[in-house]
Each structure stands twice: as C-alpha cells, then as structure tokens.
Design a protein around this ligand. Structure first.
Ligand SMILES: Cc1cc2nc3c(=O)[nH]c(=O)nc-3n(C[C@H](O)[C@H](O)[C@H](O)COP(=O)(O)OP(=O)(O)OC[C@H]3O[C@@H](n4cnc5c(N)ncnc54)[C@H](O)[C@@H]3O)c2cc1C
Length: 427
C-alpha cells in the first residue's frame, strides 16, 4: 500500500463515517501512525440523503473528500480500499488493494440495510443508505412521472404514482414529508398534463406509532403533520413481501406500486474474520466492552453503528445514530493514546443529546433531555443542528443557500435524471 514503516504504533481504521472521522481527528496530533481505509473517497452525511433523493440538494453538498479532512494531520494516510477480511492472528487486514499490518485495529464500518432475510424485497425495493442509492431513487421517482404521463393504462399510471415507504422512523417520516411537498408544490407545475392529485404516498409502520424512539407527543405531532400533507399513515402494519408490483402485508391491506422505499431497519456491516457467532450481538453488531474493545481482544476495537455496546439504559445496544458514533470515536482516540502511554482506560458513557426529525416546511419535532417541542421553532433547530454537523464550510454554505432558495421559491431544483435508473437493472 506504499505506507512507510515508522517507530510509531500503527492504528488502522476501517471506515470514514461519523465514528472513524471523529477518531481520526482525535489522533491528529499524536505520536501514532494512522491509516484510514474506506471503500469511498468521501464521507457521507447520511441524515440528508433523503433530500438528495427528492431533489432538494445535490449529492456533492452532503459528501466530503476524506483526504481533505486528513490533509493537515502528520503521520496520516488514506487508502481507497474495500476491506475484505481481517486476520487477527497475524494482525493483518486484507483489502482489494493488498494487505496491511496493524498494531491496533478499529472497525468503524457502520451499517447496511436490513431486509430481514427477504430476498424479494431486497431485489425490488429501493434503499437509501448511500449517495448512489439516493441518486437511483431520485431518478426512479422522476422516471415514474415521465412514464405515468405516457401510459394509457389507468392502473399502471396509478401504480407509477403510488409511493410506499416502509418504516416509520426518522428516515421514513422525512422522506414521506418531502415527497408530499413535491406532490403539492412541484408536480402540478412540472406535469400540468397529468392528474398529479392521483399521486399517493403511504408510510407503513410496524409499531403502533411513528418515530417509535421519540416521545409520544412527537409521534402524534409527526403523524398529524404528515396527514395534513396528505400522506396515508399505516400503523401496526407489517410489509411481508414486494414482488415488484404488489406490496403484501400481514393484514388484508395491499398496495399496487412501482416504488417501495425500504427504510425499515439497518444491521451492522460486519467484516469476515471478526464475524464469528460469539462475537456478534443483536442487529448483526460486533460485541464490545465499555472501552469499545471487541469481545476477547485487547487490540481490536469497534465503534459506531457496527458496535454492540450494552448499557443499563440501552440493554439492546446504543441507538444506531450519529451521536454514539461520534462520542465513541472521540473517547477511543483518547483511550488509544492512554494504551500507548500505558495508562488506564476510560469507560464510555453515552451522553444522549436527544433526537429530532423534520416532516417538511416549518414542521419538525425535537426531543431534548429537558424540552420537547414541535412546529416552526423545532424546524429551525433541526436546520441549525444539521448545518452545524455537516463537514466542510463550503457544504454548509451550499446547503444553507439551497434551503433558503427552496423555501422562498417552493422549489427543488436538483430534480434531474442524470443517471437513469431502471428497476430491471437492479442485480
Ligand atoms: C437515510 C439515513 C438517515 C439518517 N438520519 C440520521 C439522523 O437524522 N440523525 C442521526 O443521528 N443519525 C441518522 N442516521 C444514522 C447515522 O447516519 C449513522 O448512525 C452513522 O452514520 C453511523 O456512523 P458510523 O461511522 O458508525 O458509520 P457510517 O457513517 O455508515 O460510516 C461507515 C463507513 O465505513 C465504510 N465501510 C464500510 N464497510 C467497509 C469496508 N468493508 N471497507 C472499507 N470501508 C468500509 C463506508 O464506506 C462508510 O464510509 C441516518 C442514517 C441513514 C441511512
């Protein structure tokens, strides 16, 4: 991999997501050699993927080059590499560009869409976990309307304009709200010769309320906001299959649709070699102790979505959201230096800063530790927090300008079919 050997201990990080980047930043001025491996040369700000899917933002504004993040850090190396396996006996990682030895290894590989073993759903539905997937969804949504305009078959037209979102968490809710706003504000202008009132947006939630991880009040408000926007909210309903045409559920409700977005869950993106059954906990996540050490290892760590850390408050593991990933990355940076200096390690304590979701223009719900609020103010808070956490000054400015423009003009200019997507092309 063309990386020099030095007298410093070598720390290899797999993954430049929230966790990996927070860790790298913490190690930036230390006497260690750090090698960050990622299969993409950019960091993705996943919370805004839905805006890329719905033409609100260009993909570049939610991505940031990893090399640029690391450019001022001495003893840092980035390699664009897909890590294929880990050989813990020989302290090696095997990648598509060769092997690399490590003194300490940090797995920060995040998560992937969980289809719960249903290959039909995996084959026919759309995921929204990466930028390419979000671009596929953007193309598909727009192509559906172009096709709806042409077909003389009413059933086919309805199916093309019928959108089913599976999963009533923040991702599903935010996407449903954005689609509803497109239906209301953009479709009638773009397609004056199509009866876009026929477009339907359904959100299907297995639990008895949306935003199950948030307060009852936020769930109720989010549901009200969505219904006001014309979204059909289905609760206590589980999707059992989708064959590319019909969505079946655990009741007699079914949907004829050309587009299903699967936002019903994620699971850990494990890597061969550290995936033995006794290392993997619920959600396909790697079991770690309070120092993020992988069960049975003192020199291999896992942080972020991939790490299953059980606490008193979170017996099913910490939530798979950005804050635990960032906080674990930061503490592990400190702990790795402690290990090198032979000092005792600090235990991880999760500081829950709350959660939030936006449903659309002037509509958001925010649950903080002491305050819970919904509506316009919550929407401003949501925007401020997201702008604050996006990496890169330019990205912040671009996202801000886009949001102001979209707000004033009731518009989403990135509704472009740059890379056409046909469902039949899906492998
Ligand atoms: C659509 C969506 C919306 C979300 N909204 C929110 C939100 O509003 N608020 C919130 O707090 N959280 C949100 N989340 C969750 C949040 O994005 C994750 O919890 C967070 O990204 C986890 O950080 P991580 O570093 O563990 O993993 P990630 O950020 O996923 O990073 C993992 C990195 O590892 C790399 N990688 C994986 N496998 C390999 C391999 N084998 N070889 C090389 N590189 C590899 C990937 O390319 C990636 O860069 C959302 C997630 C999604 C998908």
């Amino acid at each position: 991999m063309n990386i020099p050997k030095t007298s410093f201990p070598r720390i290899v990080i797999i993954g430049g997501g929230f966790a990996g980047i927070a860790l790298a930043k913490k190690l930036s001025k230390q006497e260690v050699q750090v090698i960050l491996l990622d299969k993409n040369n950019y960091h993705t700000f996943q919370p805004l993927l839905y805006q890329v899917s719905t033409g609100g933002l260009e993909p570049d504004s939610i991505a940031y080059p990893i090399r640029k993040i690391l450019k001022d850090f001495p003893n840092f190396y980035f390699r664009l590499a897909n890590v294929e396996s880990i050989n813990h006996q020989d302290k090696l990682v095997n990648t598509n560009i060769g092997e690399l030895n490590f003194d300490y290894l940090v797995i920060a590989s995040g998560s992937q869409t969980n289809y719960y073993g249903n290959s039909e759903i995996k084959k026919h539905s759309m995921a929204m976990k990466t930028i390419p997937q979000s671009l596929n969804l953007r193309s598909l949504i727009l192509e559906n309307f172009e096709d709806a305009l042409l077909t003389p078959d009413l059933n086919e037209r309805n199916a093309l304009m019928n959108f089913v979102i599976v999963g009533g968490g923040p991702t599903g809710v935010e996407l449903a709200g954005a689609l509803a706003e497109i239906k209301k504000g953009i479709l009638p202008k773009d397609y004056p010769d199509l009866d876009t009132r026929l477009a339907q947006i359904h959100i299907v939630q297995g639990e008895n309320r949306l935003l199950y991880g948030m307060s009852n009040k936020s769930s109720e408000k989010a549901e009200k906001f969505l219904e006001k926007l014309g979204v059909h909210v289905w609760k206590n309903l589980r999707v059992t299959n989708y064959d590319g045409t019909t969505v079946t559920t655990n009741s007699d409700v079914s949907f004829e649709t050309a587009t299903v977005v699967w936002a019903a869950g994620v699971k850990g993106a494990t890597i061969n070699g550290i995936d033995a059954k006794d290392l993997i906990g619920p959600g396909n996540r790697i079991m770690v102790n309070e120092f993020n050490q992988v069960k049975g290892f003192s020199d291999i760590f896992a942080i972020g979505d991939i790490a299953f850390m059980k606490t008193k408050k979170f017996p099913n593991g910490l939530p798979m959201v950005a804050q635990p990933a960032i906080q674990q990355g930061r503490l592990l940076g400190e702990n790795l230096i402690r290990i090198v200096k032979k000092k005792p390690l600090k235990s991880f304590v999760y500081k829950d800063k709350g959660s939030m979701a936006t449903i659309g223009r002037n509509k958001a719900v925010v649950d903080l530790k002491k305050f819970k609020f919904q509506g316009v103010f919550a929407w401003y808070v949501w925007m401020f927090v997201h702008l604050f956490f996006i990496i890169g000054f330019r990205n912040r400015i671009i996202v801000f300008i886009n949001w102001v423009y979209n707000y004033i003009r009731f518009d989403r200019e990135a509704r472009l079919i740059i890379r056409p997507y046909k469902k039949s092309h899906k492998s």
